[in-house]
Design a binder for this molecule. Structure first.
Ligand SMILES: [Ca+2]
Ligand SMILES: [Ca+2]
Length: 246
């Protein structure tokens, strides 16, 4: 009896240990494949006919991303280049050269057309400066598009955080019809567009990329409310990656 009692649980212990080891192996395989996927996402998306959108980044004006900015709810820098963003083949920057209107049509510096003029340089002369407080720019894509990503640079000459950034798309210029909010980091609803859960971020030459998930829209609007250096609002460029809706 004593021997049986002693030996019977032994195989159980072994087999449960094997299960634990097998699980650990599976978990590490999962982690490994996750890592591989992050480094080379094209093959994963290729099965669904997805390819990286053709992003061309401007020359960086500073190294790295400083973390000593005293801004609450600030997203940690990724510490490496952003992963390629996948969308259907043929998706391009459909905002290029498109008409832009703004809550401030008489900019302090520059012209409103600079928002979609393809110049993404961080230097003086390559950004438009809008007045203080809540301001927005609205891009008319000219027709309904499937929008996959909105990529924008407020300013990247020096590291800055722009406040209450909200990105919306709609069917009409007045933003009454079929309005979708794609990004909103106005957590306390200062701008009255609803409280958002997105984080503050530091502007860099990579720009801010917002996933638009193929939403159908004709108009794209971006709001901001000054930045950590001054009360003014700036835009270097806004790109909208999409294709005409069928
Ligand atoms: Ca520009
Ligand atoms: Ca706010």
């Amino acid at each position: 009896m004593k021997r049986q009692a002693k030996t019977t649980p032994t195989p159980l212990r072994h087999s449960s240990r094997r299960v634990v080891l097998a699980s650990a192996a599976l978990i590490s395989l999962g982690v490994l494949s996750g890592t591989l996927q992050a480094q080379a996402p094209a093959p994963a998306g290729a099965a669904q006919g997805l390819v990286p959108i053709p992003i061309q980044l401007p020359k960086p004006m500073f190294e790295g991303t400083p973390q000593n900015l005293s801004v609450p709810n600030l997203q940690k820098p990724l510490g490496r280049p952003r992963d390629p963003f996948l969308a259907p083949a043929g998706v391009t920057n459909v905002a290029k050269g498109k008409k832009v209107t703004s809550s401030d049509m008489e900019p302090v510096i520059g012209e409103i057309e600079q928002v979609t003029d393809v110049d993404k340089k961080g230097a003086e002369g390559s950004f438009v400066e809008l007045g203080p407080g809540v301001q927005h720019v609205t891009i008319d894509l000219g027709a309904t598009h499937e929008v996959y990503a909105v990529l924008f640079w407020h300013f990247h000459k020096t590291p800055r955080v722009y406040f209450d950034v909200v990105v919306q798309v709609a069917d009409d210029a007045a933003f009454k019809k079929n309005v979708h909010t794609l990004f909103n980091n106005d957590h306390d609803n200062t701008s009255g567009l609803g409280a958002g859960k997105d984080m503050n971020y530091v502007e860099t030459a990579e720009g801010k990329l917002v996933d638009a998930k193929g939403t159908r829209a004709r108009y794209v609007r971006l709001y901001s409310r000054g930045n950590n250096a001054n009360e003014l609002n700036h835009y270097v460029e806004v790109e909208v990656f999409g294709r005409p809706a069928k």
